[in-house]
Design a protein around this ligand. Sequence first.
Ligand code: GLA
Length: 695
Amino acid sequence: MTAEAGQRWTLRGAHTEYTVTVPAHGRWLELVAWGPHGVSDGPSPVAYDGPVPFLTAGDAAPIEYATDADRPFTGADLVIETVDGKRRVGFVHTDARIDAGQRELAVDFADPVTGLRATVHYLVPDGTDVVQRWVELTNDGTAPLRVVRAGSGGFCVPTPHGALLSHQWGQWSQEFQLSHVELGHGTFGIGSSQGVPGHLHVPWLAVRDTADPAGPAWGMALAWTGSWEISAERDTGGLTRVRAGRQLVDGPLELAVGERLSLPVVTGAYSPDGLDGLAQVWHTHQRLLAGDRLTPRPVLYNSWEATYFAVEAESQLALARIAAELGVETFVVDDGWFVGRNDDTAGLGDWTPDPAKFPAGFDTFIAEVRALGLNFGLWVEPECVNPKSTLYAEHPDWVYVVDGRPLTPVRNQYLLDLGRPEVAEFVHSTVDGLLRRYDIDYLKWDFNRPRTEPGRPGGVGPLDLDGAHVANLHRIYERLRRDHPDVLIEACAGGGGRTDLAMAARADVFWPSDNTGPLDRLAIQYGFLHANAPHLLSSWVTDAPGLFDPRPRTLAFRFVLAMAGVLGIGADIRAWTPAERAEAADWIARYKEIRDVVTRGEVHLIGGPDQARCAVQYTAPDERRVVVLAWHTGRLDGAGLLPSRPVRLPLRGLDPAARYSDGDRHYSGSHLAAVGLPVRWSATHDADLIVLTRD
Ligand code: GLA
C-alpha cells in the first residue's frame, strides 16, 4: 500500500521548526527546511531539482534516511543484506503519524522485496530546539536479514559557501579539544571502534556555513555509549549531509524473521547564534534529560591525587577532617579501597573493602566520615578485572576473548563481557550490594580500558557484543538510579572517555579528564562546555605544579576554573598552609552562593583559552544575577609596562537598557555588551569571579 504522496509535516520546537516531506514518488523522506519558526514557508534551501549527470536523483536529494537503493553512490544510512548476500533495499512509504502538538512524528516505509519495514521517528522534547531521531527496523519477511550499515539518520545542512565543521578530538589527559575544519568538498569522518565513545573523538559535530560563522549553526550528537561513526560530506551543490550511527565493529547485525531492532537516537540541534547559541541548545536539552536530578551538585573532595592507591582509614580521615573544615560536602574515596588493590596490577573484580586498610571496619570508617558532616562517595570500576584477582581465578571465561588468541591487557586489566546475563547480574549486584550494605551517597563509576577482543569463549557466528554491552550498561545505570534515587553517579572512563547523550541521560556528572593542570584544563572545559551543560562538568582544584601541565597559576585561578561546573578538590590538603585553607574555604563559600546560577543559568562562552579574553558567563533564569568567571590566559598585553587598558569581556544576552552592579561599579547592559566588562590581570591576579546584580 502506498500512502498519499507529497505529504509534509512540521515539527515545532521552542524557537525552531523541522519540516520533512515524502515526495510524490513515495520512495523516501526528505528535508524541506530546518531553522527558526517560519523557515519552511518559502522554497526549500536544500531541495535539488536540477540535472544529476552520472548520479541518481537520490544521490543529490536531501534524504532523511537513505538506503543503498536511494543513494547508491554518495553514502546510504542503511545497508541490508539477505542471507544469500544480496544487497539493496528500496522503500515504499506506507503511513505516517504526527501528534497534535507537532512534537512527535513517525513515518513508515516497507520494502516489498525483503519484507523489511522501517519507521523513522522524530521527537522534539518540550521546550527545546533539538530533534531526537531514531529508526525502528522490523523484519516482516520470510528470511533472516543482515544489517550491514546501521545509521541512525542523515542531516542535511545548506552550506552554499563551504562547510565549517567543528568537532572535538583528544587523547587521555587531553580530551575535548575544540577544532574547526573547512570542508570544501569530500568527506570528513570521526568515530570510535573501541566499544566506548573514547578519548579520540566526541560523538558530536557542528556545521556552519563558512561565510557566516556567527550565524546559523546546526549540531548533531549521537546517544550511543559504544562504537560509533559520524561523517559529513559536502556535495558539489553546496549541501552538507551528516550521517551518524553505530559503527558495526562486530560485523553485521542479524535481524531474524519477525524481529524488531531499534537503532540509537541521534539528536539534531539548531541555533541562529553560532557555536555559543548551539551550546545553549545542548545545555537546555541535557538539563531536561537530568529531569528532577538537576540540582546543584555537592562540593566534593576526591582523595585520588592525595593518596593514589595508598588508601587507608587514617590518612583518609585526616583528609576528610580538613575537607569538612573547608566546607566540602561529599568525601569520595577513589581507587585503592578494596582487597588486593595496592597498585593497578591487581584487585579489580574483588569489591570487598580491604580489612587491613580499614582495621575498625569499613562501616566504622564511613560513620566517622559522616560524623564530620560529610556525605560519602566511593570509586568503582565494575566492568573490569585484573588477571590477579579472585574473580578472574573463578571466572576466566567472563572476559572478552577470541578462542585460541592471547588476551590484550590494557592498564593490566581485562574487560568483562557485560552482554552476558551472568556478568551483567554480577556487575549490577556488586554495585547494588555496595549501595545497600554501606551508607553511600555518591559513586564514581570508572572504565579504564577499551574492548580489544571481538569474541566470547565458544562463541559461534556474529555476536553484537558492542550492542549487548551498551544495552546492559544502560540497564544497570537505570536500575541503580531507580533503586537508589539519592545516590549521585559520576561517569568516568580514564577521564572523559565515555561521554555521550545516552550517558548524559543516565549519569549525574562526568569526569572529563584526569588532567587538572590549569591551562590545559581551561582548554578541556572550554570544549566540553560547547557540548555539555555545566552540571555535567566535574572539576577539581589540585596541587600545583600539576601532573600534566606545570604552568603555574594561582590557587584563585584553579578555584575559579573548577567553579565553572561542579566544584571539587583533589589536592593533598593536608599540606596546605592555614592561609591556603582560609582562601579555599572562602572560594567554596562563594561557590555555594552562585552554584544555582552555574547549574541553571544561560551559558555564554566568551573568547577562548587561546585568546586574551577568556570567560564563561552564566545568566540566572530570572536574569537578576550574572556570574562571570574569567581567566588570564597568559598574555599580559603590556600591562604594567605600557600605558595599558583592561581586558574587556563582551557579555551577551543582557537587557541593554538595564543597569548591572558589582559592588560600587555600575554598568549598563549596553556597555557590557558593546564595550565589555573590564578585568585587569597581573602576575598575581590571574582569575576572577564577578557577580553582577541587575538593579
Ligand atoms: C582513572 C580515573 C582517575 C582515577 C583512576 C584510579 O584514571 O580517570 O580519576 O579514578 O582511574 O585508578
